[in-house]
Design a protein around this ligand. Structure first.
Ligand code: FDM
Length: 212
């Protein structure tokens, strides 16, 4: 890191399927870039890597894997991105991340895998500074386009996933009503992000380690 240069912030979007994370994370990166913040979008799962291709085959129901094996692949898919993410943050790039280890735990714990076991492989990942949880009830999500294409897009399962997310929230999370208009959500998230950036500029915190 260059002397005097603040590290980037790690902004995370989490939520159930079809909550608008992809739309909102893309818009946030655009807005930050336009206002002169060096920002980059990161998406998990990253389906472009060898591990990501195995995950994609599972999600699109072309292959079967045990619940434990797919859980560990999702985690490995994050670990393979860690060096780049840490380097980017150290170089002052703000990362806007679409899903992370909280999705990993929420989806696997909703399958009844042990909660502590689910968290273990992600302990020590780079930790987010702010988390935006786009909250939508699965009944409303089911009305959105494309719902039901992938293995997890089933109402009862998504209800379980949502509950698991709620058990992991702390003070760094903001719950955002995903039923509001995309513009309204964007304005709310941009304002919260600018506050976080300002606070970070005034009192920079070191990069955190997840769950450790
Ligand atoms: N998912 C995503 C998991 O089950 N574990 C994980 O660690 C991650 C990152 O994969 F249903 C699930 C959540 C979702 C599916 O995600 C694909 P996207 O955001 O629709 O690509």
């Amino acid at each position: 890191m260059t002397a005097g240069m603040a590290r980037g912030l790690f902004i995370l979007f989490e939520g159930c399927d079809r909550s608008g994370k992809t739309t909102q994370s893309t818009r946030l990166v655009q807005a930050l870039t336009e206002s002169g913040v060096n920002a980059k979008l990161v998406k998990f799962p990253d389906r472009t890597t060898a591990i990501g291709k195995m995950i994609d085959a599972y999600l699109t129901q072309k292959t079967q894997l045990s619940d434990e094996a797919i859980h560990l692949l999702f985690s490995a898919n994050r670990w393979e991105a860690m060096h780049q993410m840490r380097t980017d943050l150290e170089n002052g790039i703000t990362l806007v991340v679409d899903r992370y280890a909280f999705s990993g735990v929420a989806f696997s714990a909703a399958k009844k895998l042990d909660f502590k076991w689910c968290k273990a492989p992600d302990v020590g990942l780079v930790a987010p500074d702010r988390v935006f949880f786009l909250d939508i009830h699965p009944d409303d999500a089911a009305k959105r386009d494309g719902y039901g294409d992938e293995i997890y897009e089933k109402r009862e399962f998504q209800i379980e996933v949502r509950v698991k997310f709620f058990t992991m929230m702390d003070a760094s999370w903001s719950i955002v009503d995903a039923l509001k208009s995309p513009d309204e959500i964007h304005r709310q998230i941009l304002a919260l992000t600018n506050t976080a950036l300002k606070r970070h500029e005034d009192a920079p915190a070191p990069i955190g380690k997840l769950w450790s």
